[in-house]
Design a protein around this ligand. Structure first.
Ligand code: PMP
Ligand code: GLN
Length: 394
């Protein structure tokens, strides 16, 4: 890297997702690392994108989002939660949830400020906070159920706290925060006058009797919550990068100012296609199908991992399973994931990349099950040999 690069950027390195995908390609491994479906999203979304391009919807959109998409986002919230969200003043469209997170953090975290985050946390939260001049204050989620200590959370709040970052359903753990946990978080945010930024990109992928509750709908929270989502996970087209922010008008005004200078506007035809997709999904049973489909894929991968001596912890949402590596003789998860990719031919992601201090991470490996049946079968064929190939022949 050029020696004139800022200290912050020099400290960031390459994302673990790109690194593991590169390693998977290099070794011809089945890639269960980086979280993306290896199947296509629904035809109705793809057709809508082609139609938008052919209809000439190809120039800059309004900076804060195409009106039809903002209306579809508001209609979805009204349908799901019964609240009237104003598309004119409370919805902003971004280039994926990643940009939405960046915009929200730049708008509400300044030099010397602290952002509370549950650890492990999604990788972009740290660089986004450091680039704003702030620091992360982690609160630990502990396996197997990924609960946190309420006293540890309360102690994390202080005069420097400006925002709390929440991700539910949670990547990489698969935790869905419960009503009691959210009430505790809501109470502390109100007591300390803190803004909550909630990343809910996996809200449509939940299992069994899990219920996804948006923090914004808890009493007293609408006025201080920024809800972030994207169509990438719900519609299995992660490369389209349509994200959005929902927040009260005064908060939205600040978010739009940052968004204006980060990307100005997001791809116009993809915004129109996303509007059509959200409208259709509300009118048919698309989300139920998606949930059933992922429940099946989760069961397939859970069986494969268990049969390979890599039993996974239970999850309530998202599309990742975490296998317990204790007893396999590896010093850390990075060594295991590199070995698995190179020697067994299956790529996974080391969850230590989601920790401020990787040494705090429990010994797990994250596997993505947003994959075709044939991909999961190919992984199964290879994983069956894990025990035989273990260094030292465990
Ligand atoms: N947050 C979480 C928790 C994620 O897992 C991801 C993507 N995998 C994102 C944000 C980024 O979403 P997008 O692709 O819409 O930028
Ligand atoms: N969020 C995806 C994951 O957790 C990856 C997205 C990315 O590569 N930035 O694997």
């Amino acid at each position: 890297m050029d020696s004139r690069t800022t200290r912050q950027v020099q400290g960031f390195g390459t994302s673990i997702f790109s690194e593991m995908s590169r390693l998977a390609n290099q070794h011809g491994a089945v890639n269960l690392g980086q979280g993306f479906p290896d199947f296509d999203g629904p035809d109705f979304y793809k057709e809508a994108a082609k139609e938008a391009i052919d209809a000439g919807l190809n120039q800059y959109a309004i900076s804060h989002g195409a009106p039809r998409l903002r209306q579809a986002i508001a209609a979805t919230w009204r349908h799901d939660h019964g609240r009237e969200v104003d598309p004119e003043t409370e919805v902003t469209v971004t280039s994926g949830a990643t940009e939405a997170l960046f915009d929200a953090i730049q708008a509400f975290v300044g030099p010397g400020d602290e952002a509370i985050v549950f650890e492990p946390f999604y990788d972009s939260y740290l660089p986004s906070t450091l680039l704003a001049g702030g620091t992360l204050r982690p609160v630990t989620l502990r396996p197997p159920d990924w609960a946190f200590d309420p006293d540890e959370l309360a102690a994390a709040f202080g005069p420097k706290t400006r925002v709390l970052l929440l991700n539910t359903p949670h990547n990489p753990t698969g935790k869905v925060f419960s009503g009691d946990e959210l009430r505790l978080i809501a109470d502390l945010c109100q007591r300390w006058d803190v803004i909550a930024i909630t990343d809910e990109v996996y809200d449509r992928i939940i299992f069994d009797d899990a219920v996804h509750l948006p923090l914004a709908e808890l009493p007293g929270m609408w006025e201080r919550t920024i809800t972030i989502n994207s169509t990438g996970k719900s519609f299995s087209l992660t490369g389209w990068k349509i994200g959005y922010l929902i927040a009260p008008a005064a908060v939205t005004a600040a978010l739009r100012i940052v968004h204006q200078f980060v990307t100005f506007a997001t791809s116009t035809p993809m915004q129109h296609a996303s509007a059509v997709a959200l409208e259709l999904a509300l009118a048919n049973d698309y989300y139920d199908q998606l949930r059933r489909d992922y429940a099946r894929r989760r069961a397939v991968l859970a069986d494969v991992l268990a049969a390979s001596g890599l039993p996974a912890l239970p999850i309530a949402g998202g599309y990742f399973l975490n296998s317990d590596l204790s007893g396999l003789g590896f010093a850390d998860d990075v060594t295991f994931c590199r070995w698995l990719t190179a020697e067994v031919g299956v790529a996974a992601v080391p969850p230590s990349a989601f920790y401020l201090d990787p040494a705090r991470a429990p010994l797990l490996a994250r596997f993505c099950f947003a994959k075709r049946d044939e991909t999961l079968r190919a992984a199964a064929d290879r994983l069956r040999r894990v025990r035989d190939l273990l260094p030292g022949g465990n």
